[in-house]
Design a protein around this ligand. Sequence first.
Ligand code: SF4
Length: 231
Amino acid sequence: MQTIDSEITSNDHSRYAGDFQSWLQDTLNAFSTGQGASVPCGDCKACCRAGYFIPVHRQEWSTRAAIPARLLVTPPAHCDDGNYQLISTTRRGHCALLKQGACSIYRERPQTCRDYDCRLFAASGLLSGHGEIDQQIARWRFHYGNEESRRTHAAIRATAGFVINHAGAFPEGRVPQRPADIAVVAIKAHRVFLDAIVQSGAPETIAKSIVQACRAFDTTARLAFRMTPTA
Ligand code: SF4
């Protein structure tokens, strides 16, 4: 697993990622509500060129209407639950809807594209494994309004590092493997690494706290979502 140097200094290629605490709050809200992220991508299209097959849910009606049927393909049988189709890619590994350097269905782009925020990797100190996206990840620079904000960021990185280095401490060694999934766990459970008492415990105790923190977050998010007025 590749990680980024937490002390990379700013340079001409740096990009402002926003105030860290605000970003974290927005990200936690996005995890809870599924309403996507607002990412200052600028002219970066790295994730559209990364060879990802973008899933489109069968209920994303307006998105599906905007995509030519020939560009939607059925997933391989082992991961086809009947709910999604995938946007095909070009021979160069670009999304088939990327035209002249821009998304040709931007206003109707899939939820997956709206959700994708490569600052997740930057916040958790991880790289995605896709060269062009990783260049962008290494450019992000957060602003910290206070020391607490820096401590929170350090806790997210520490949680990600723990998940990577102590897989055996988790029940049956079951931990996320993909960098994006590790980043999500680190953000949901980072408070574990703000607690000095928990941190001084055995790896199994810390792992249990991380699992509990993720479950508590997911439960709270579900409840909040159910209680959100619809009108
Ligand atoms: S649908 Fe648009 S935003 Fe999503 S990967 Fe394709 S070009 Fe990029």
